[in-house]
Design a protein around this ligand. Structure first.
Ligand code: HEM
Length: 312
């Protein structure tokens, strides 16, 4: 029995929403046209639009977005769980975009731009971590009301999160293969598994900048998870001995470890919140639950950047 039954406000008629994800025409404005509108409206915003929508809704598919929350149980907390899960998915997408582009800029030797992207990436992970402030208001009794209705659904099946892990270098053939029955997702997942990660490309940059790196660090089977390499640690040690503002490789090292730091905190908060909600029960995704998540919290994406501190 549900503690309290949710009452869903009726805010949108789903039957009238277009399900197409093709860009909707919204036209463009200019400084001139905006100045004209502001003057014509005496400073107030526009309230008249043609057709059956408005440019804000059409630009971001907002009406479609708000039809995608479909609870499966009568549990009150499920609504919060679905929305926070979707918010996190969007943030994983935003995070992956920055990391993917940072890798591209590193490949172009454009470290300054990569640094700006990594700064945003670090902030995004911090923001994702804060989602647990809200999610941890879901208590064991509230979660149990809809847990069975999740079936085998689990965050570990998030292909967007998997792309984040892969671009950061934590590859897993097994976890990628969980998507092999999805023809709209799996080819891209395999391509990401087989591509060098952001960190692999940073190591190539260190080599281009004159650091001596072992062959294994520069050319290996990219589908395998990254393993610490002594020549990479030696290169970072050399970079960090020149720790000063303006040394872009030093700044890059610091930006990367900031992302790794935030990812560790995110994983830790997930692990602790999950322990608080389900204790030692197995996960819906088929794993041992917190037992499996605990070992994930120990993982570091850029191990040499952590190890190098010991010798500085
Ligand atoms: C609030 C209740 C939640 C619980 C009790 C929970 C529990 C778990 C458990 C037990 C696992 C291990 C895999 C398995 O299911 O067997 C897992 C993995 C995972 N969960 Fe959650 N989770 C929750 C919320 C979320 C949310 C809202 C997200 C974000 C969309 C999320 C993202 C993930 C991800 C990405 C993994 C895989 C971690 C990795 O591969 O390192 N979880 N979760």
């Amino acid at each position: 029995m549900s503690r309290v039954s949710p009452v869903f406000p009726n805010l949108i008629d789903r039957t009238q929403v277009s399900c197409s994800n093709e860009p909707r025409p919204i036209g463009a404005t200019s400084d001139q046209s905006r100045a004209y509108s502001a003057a014509a409206n005496q400073g107030a915003p526009d309230t008249e639009f043609e057709g059956q929508s408005n440019p804000y809704v059409d630009y971001s598919f907002v009406d479609l977005l708000h039809t995608l929350q479909v609870p499966r149980s009568g549990g009150y907390d499920e609504s919060c769980f679905i929305i926070m899960g979707q918010v996190k998915e969007l943030l994983f997408n935003a995070l992956h975009f920055e990391l993917f582009n940072a890798r591209h800029q590193v490949d172009q030797d454009n470290v300054a731009e990569a640094l700006r992207m990594l700064e945003r990436a670090g902030r995004l992970v911090g923001y994702i971590g804060q989602s647990w402030d809200v999610l941890s208001t879901i208590r064991v009794d509230g979660f149990n009301e809809y847990r069975d209705a999740l079936g085998r659904a689990s965050g570990q099946l998030s292909f967007m999160y998997r792309h984040v892990e892969f671009v950061l270098g934590n590859k897993s053939d097994r976890l990628a293969s969980a998507h092999r029955n999805m023809p709209h997702v799996y080819p891209q997942m395999r391509a990401a598994l087989e591509a060098p990660s952001l960190y692999d490309r940073v190591i190539a940059l260190l080599a281009r900048r004159g650091h001596r790196l072992g062959e294994e660090a520069l050319e290996r089977d990219w589908t395998k998870p990254y393993q610490a390499d002594p020549t990479v640690e030696a290169a970072w040690a050399a970079v960090y001995r020149e720790a000063r503002t303006g040394n872009d490789l030093y700044e890059l090292g610091e930006s990367l470890i900031a992302v790794d730091d935030q990812m560790s905190q995110y994983r830790w908060r997930h692990f602790v919140s999950v322990a608080r909600i389900i204790g030692d029960k197995p996960g819906t995704g088929g794993s041992a639950g917190v037992g499996w998540l605990r070992q994930v919290t120990e993982h570091r994406f850029f191990p040499e950047l952590w190890a190098v501190r010991t010798q500085l």
